[in-house]
Design a protein around this ligand. Structure first.
Ligand code: NDP
Length: 374
């Protein structure tokens, strides 16, 4: 309940090593993105009838980054220094996301009209800069939004967590159970996203949202530096967990992960190939666009079962940090607000797209995220 400490001084936000590490990290992932391994897949059909090609090698990038990290550790690199570099790195990532957003905003004025995102062209420069004007900005085959969505920020988050774990080992002599749970839960989330990289091609971020400050800042600064707050908190606030508490938290994570993964995979499979045996028997309703909506299976439980599973997991990441401070719960609170807002945004888009068919889906499946509650 203590009043937050004063904001850090400007000097604490700057360390010349931070931009060097950040740019090196971005360059490494750009190279890994371009390496000719993994398959190349096509995204959904765009307004001009074309489909863009995307490399599916994010999981390879994670594995190669891990090997490189192990090599650096053997050569004597001090990953625990990430604890001290946390603020300068975050400041550099914020600066980079502003620079990238200005570049994206300016280049969008040369994009043909059918390449612009429907929601990002209001004519209000501030709004359009924030939301993003161009849907799929690319430099040749290099898709800037797709690249930023999962790779540097998400893998960076896992590396920061590892740095926090090593700092804890330096201070306490061994990693705590709480830290091991947080770091392994979040590593599973990162690895899962990259293993199922193809599924991102049917999500709102790729399909509807332009690439502007919201996603650039979210991907490069917000995700790695706020999602790692639980691990950062545990460094200075060690927690002891009983086996029973740990088991209950693991059970919550497993339930959340199962709902999250199965529902996302079901919808992705259905959108990619509705005749696939795993989804062909599910009940659906027709819409005027020719696309169908699932009304049974996971998508018959609530209208966004994937958000429900994600929120269970978010809680499981916070609980190992105990109840003495609000900070480790920042993620689950912010994420609940984000997903409620996101769900509403998606519903409005679906209502505009599917009209009466969406109304019948809402009648058949009355709850949005939490069964019998919301
Ligand atoms: P979704 O994957 O939920 O996609 C929404 C789209 O799915 C709709 O626009 C619609 O598109 C389609 N859809 C909706 N209902 C049905 C139905 N009944 N049958 C078939 N298709 C349907 O969107 P998100 O991108 O928001 O989420 C993807 C995942 O990413 C989620 O698990 C979410 O929790 C997670 N996420 C995590 C974040 C984080 O920071 N950790 C941030 C944001 C998301 P259409 O009909 O056009 O195919």
């Amino acid at each position: 309940a203590a009043w937050p400490p004063p904001l850090p001084f400007m000097e604490e936000l700057w360390d010349p090593l931070a931009p060097v590490l950040l740019l090196g990290w971005m360059a490494l992932h750009a190279l890994l993105y371009l390496m000719p391994v993994g398959k190349v897949t096509e995204g959904i059909v765009l307004r001009d009838g074309k489909r863009l090609k995307y490399p599916i090698n994010g999981f390879h990038s994670l594995c190669i980054s891990t090997l490189l990290l192990m090599l650096f550790l053997r050569l004597g690199a001090h990953l625990e220094s990430l604890f001290e570099l946390f603020l300068p790195l975050a400041a550099s990532a914020i600066a980079l996301s502003f620079l990238l957003s200005f570049y994206l905003y300016i280049r969008s004025f040369w994009a043909p009209p059918h390449d612009l995102a429907v929601g990002g062209n209001t004519g209000n420069p501030l709004y359009d800069f924030f939301i993003g004007r161009e849907l799929n900005p690319r430099i040749g085959f290099f898709d800037l939004k797709y690249f930023c969505e999962l790779r540097p920020g998400l893998i960076g988050w896992a590396v920061i967590n590892l740095g926090m774990l090593m700092k804890e080992v330096e201070l306490q002599g061994s990693p705590s159970l709480a830290m091991l749970l947080v770091v392994s839960f979040q590593l599973l989330y990162v690895a899962d996203a990259l293993w199922n990289e193809e599924a991102i091609l049917t999500t709102m971020d790729i399909v509807h949202d332009g690439f502007g400050f919201m996603l650039a800042f979210g991907d490069l600064a917000w995700v790695p530096f706020t999602y790692s707050l639980q691990a950062a908190y545990l460094v200075k606030h060690p927690q002891t967990l009983s086996s029973l508490q740990a088991l209950a938290i693991v059970a919550l994570k497993v339930v959340g992960y199962t709902i999250f993964r199965r529902s996302n995979s079901q919808k992705n499979q259905f959108r990619r190939d509705p005749t696939h045996p795993s989804v062909s028997k599910l009940e659906t309703i027709a819409t005027a666009t020719g696309k169908r909506l699932l009304v049974s299976g996971w998508w018959g439980l609530v209208r966004h079962p994937n958000y429900l599973g994600d929120l269970f997991m978010a809680l499981a990441w916070s609980l190992p940090c105990g109840f003495s401070h609000l900070l480790p719960y920042f993620y689950v609170i912010y994420f609940t607000i984000l997903l409620i807002h996101r769900e509403d945004r998606d519903e409005r888009q679906c209502k505009a797209k599917y009209g009466l068919a969406w109304d019948s889906y809402c009648q058949r499946v009355p709850y949005r995220i939490f069964p019998y509650i919301y």
